[in-house]
Design a binder for this molecule. Sequence first.
Ligand SMILES: [Fe+2]
Length: 312
Amino acid sequence: MTVFAHLSDLHATPPRWTHPAELTPKRLLGRLSWELRRRHEHRPEVLDALVDDLASTRPDHVAITGDVTNQGLTHELEEGRAWLARLGGPRRVFLVPGNHDVYVRGSRAAVARAWQPYLSSDGDSDADAIPSSDGDSDADAIPGSALDPPVRRVGSLALVGACSVLPTPTGFANGRIGPRGRLRLERTLRRLGAEGCVRVLLLHHPPWLRGISRRRGLDDARALRDVLRRAGAELVLHGHVHRAVFESLPGPAGDVPVVGVASASALGRRGEARRGRYHLLEPLDEGGFALRARVLDPAQGCFVEGEARKLG
Ligand SMILES: [Fe+2]
């Protein structure tokens, strides 16, 4: 039996500027938001409790749907790598980046350099590069961006990492997979489906614009849903919205469950729905998944058993 954990939006690394070139208007505003608000919500002690909890729940693999950092700064990528190591190291942790990781022009290449083994199919530093979403400037492109999305295989599971992030202007946190990325994703999903794999699609942004502003949503959400309708997947997991989401989308052989998870580091000062949380997922022989939530108990300062559901 394979059990994997889904966590997201760690925002684990407090931003500080070490070089004038790193100072952009977007980072200035982001820093203000961090100092005034976010640093009180995303707490290292919650992440310490998360690491402890994962040591006791012992999932076979950990899938992270982005936003390990706050501004994708060089020192944040290094500190982020230390957190990723604490969460299990590259052979046990598979990551797709979030908009806070690929924050400005040049971030994609820096993320790829710093976190390559975590982004790759097999947890190897020499393996495939992070796929780019279309719309990046050439300056931001890196070798290997024309590759198919990485696929991490865990037992019968195929975790497919779709990159939905690109550097955005100040005030924007939207994403895009792009036509070439969607084509490569569809080809990959079809191939894995034909192999009989249990396909889990990971991306940072939710695959719709419902309940999210255009400035924060996935530009080509509708086209991505068309890909899923044609090629199918057994499960879609996302982050970005900092709360748990249980939805479904039509696939070629029935509905595909879509699950978002709250930030793994959040104290939940704005309500229980935003409290630190991760999900343990287990594919079932009869199809679908068993989901168990692990939720922060702020009084005890640890994660405890939350709701349980069957998906699909
Ligand atoms: Fe986030």
